[in-house]
Design a binder for this molecule. Structure first.
Ligand code: FAD
Length: 269
């Protein structure tokens, strides 16, 4: 092996190399890392990632994989919590740096946990869009459903930009663009700034505004499936709304009409 082909020495356990970083706002960034050859996952799952802590022990947090299962690299979409043990450091990573990635994917936001249906709703706040960034690029999503509705709510318009750009890029995607066609309906809302759509996901579902705006029939358990990812309070409120439409929570072991995952632990923003 010549010197040029010697791989860099891995200094961290389960080390992966950062290949790209993009900052979206003062509090949000996304990054891509190399993918361990052994890692098989289902679009929508999460893994533990992190950095070496000051005490010499790995400092790990749960992160949804934002890239689809077929991607050669892994993408993540992250908050920057001021004084957050991990993200106060992670936000400074640069291409070429290493992070720790435990290759053990888990999670409930997977197609197997839903019964077959005609329409699937992806309901997210903040960084809760990460698993759907994966699922919106997953061919199975379009094989299984005739319509896909992505509702994403943030406080400001700038916080919606990662999702907007991703959705916009899908139609030109050489791998998935044709499958997506006009199946994907995108409904972003801002809650604290003027925008073409405003209000919380729960309000827009309860009032029927989202059905009216998108020209869709109301949700029904015979046709509709949903996946939810946000704060604990958001998840609880959305679950109530989904149950009022007659949908029931499912799991990998017992597929039903909707599944839920928390986007973080704690009160959050
Ligand atoms: P922590 O000590 O972990 O958190 C400090 C406080 O910040 C928390 O109590 C909470 O109130 C708030 N907070 C943490 N994460 C968020 C967030 N994402 N949005 C708003 N407020 C938050 N985070 C991501 O940024 N992207 C992901 O894809 C992601 N996926 C997750 C999947 C699961 C299943 C879970 C349980 C959490 C996920 N998180 C995700 C949260 C992540 O694990 C960390 O909490 C986050 O990276 C902050 O780490 P920290 O050590 O800096 O602060």
């Amino acid at each position: 092996m010549s010197a040029a082909t010697v791989p860099p020495v891995k200094t961290l356990p389960d080390a992966q190399t950062v290949t790209a970083v993009r900052h979206w706002t003062d509090a949000l960034f996304s990054f891509r890392v190399s993918r361990p050859q052994s890692l098989r996952f289902k679009s929508g799952q999460f893994v533990m990632i992190g950095l070496m802590g000051d005490n010499g022990k790995p400092l790990l947090r749960a992160y949804s994989i934002a890239s689809p299962a077929w991607d050669e690299e892994l993408e993540f979409y992250s908050i920057k919590v001021p004084d957050g043990p991990l993200t106060s450091k992670l936000q400074h990573i640069q291409p070429g740096d290493e992070i720790i990635l435990r290759p053990k994917p888990v999670g409930t936001l997977v197609h197997d946990a839903l019964l077959p249906g005609k329409r699937v709703w992806f309901l997210a706040t903040g960084t809760g869009i990460a698993p759907f960034a994966s699922l919106m690029r997953e061919p199975e999503t379009y094989e299984k459903f005739d319509e896909v509705v992505m509702m994403h709510t943030c406080r400001t318009v700038a916080e919606l930009e990662y999702g907007r750009e991703l959705v916009e890029s899908l139609k030109d995607d050489p791998l998935i663009g044709e499958m997506v066609g006009d199946k994907l309906k995108y409904y972003p809302t801002a809650t604290r700034e003027p925008f073409h759509h405003t209000g919380r996901i729960t309000e827009n579902l309860r009032s029927g505004k989202v059905f009216e705006d998108l020209g869709l029939t109301p949700m029904s358990p015979g046709t509709d499936r949903a996946m939810v990812c946000g704060s604990l309070a958001f998840n609880k409120d959305v679950m109530e709304v989904l149950e009022s439409f007659g949908l029931r929570e499912g799991a990998n072991s017992e597929p039903r009409e909707y599944v839920v995952e928390k986007a973080f632990v704690g009160d959050g923003v």
